[in-house]
Design a binder for this molecule. Sequence first.
Ligand code: NAP
Length: 303
Amino acid sequence: MDTQYDVIIIGAGPAGLTAAIYASRANLKTLIIEAEVNGGKLSKTYEIENYPGIEKISGLELAEQLTRHGQKFGAKLISGKVLKIEESDPKKVFLADSTVYEAKAVIVATGTRERMLDLPEAENFTGKGISYCAVCDGFFYRNRKIAVIGGGNSALEESLYLASLAAEVTIIIRRDVFRADASVIDKVKANEKIRIITKSVPESLRIEDDRITGLMIRNVDTDEITTVECNGIFPYIGADPCTEFLDPKLLDDKGYVIAGPDMSTSVEGIYAAGDCIAKDLRQVVTACNDGALAANSIIKKLK
Ligand code: NAP
């Protein structure tokens, strides 16, 4: 088994796959390691309409195209979970299956993972009424009632998709303003199947015959409890960086990797890119930008 590379990229989302395109086009021997789904969060996203040059594309299709493109110039893509990077020279990357790979440089592009709904019994009903992936599970709620929690881009964009299937979608937000982009908010407000409840947070699940039949919510001003009738709940309440395998000295207080303008970190030879780094704007286009910059820094250094 070939375990020696010029660059190891951890994560096959838009940042990692873009880095792979740039590194392998520069003839660097490149390995991409993905723990979950190729394409990252993109593959769970209904539609993308802010990636320049492509007016509208399904998240899954863009994920598939990027995954093909990322390997087109010779980068190798494998499945595996990274447990540790040893800060030696070359760097050693330890996988859960006990394989150890070595590379002159490593790019961490592990993205973020959704925050779970923190309610009693929520864990027991994940996959049984609670879902974190509208494109995967929305179909099961055709002509039924759905509650979406959160007011960011993910919540609103996925609500639009869910509204195309469900009888009714209720979006519950804890403030009276959304976090999402204005154009998405306009579309949500114009959708007759979507209603919005503001200043409310989830309080508990209503379960009958081992099924979710409603979500109890609490008004944050009045403490009044009401029930949203629903069969499915899709929480989109933000995400946290997948960086637990890294040395804390690389991270900020929220766990995001601190990367410079060239995507280098405080450890020589370790770079980071995409949603897992501390930054203001987390989108496909900024992830691709980071990936290209990280690869370019390594190309300059190694050549
Ligand atoms: P987000 O932007 O952080 O929004 C999270 C939402 O959940 C906010 O409305 C937040 O309320 C709410 N929330 C957080 N904790 C909560 C809790 N415990 N109970 C109830 N509500 C809670 O997360 P996101 O929508 O997943 O997006 C993550 C990043 O990806 C963002 O940078 C986003 O712009 C980006 N993204 C971009 C696109 C796109 O460009 N097309 C698509 C998807 C995501 P508050 O506002 O009150 O904090």
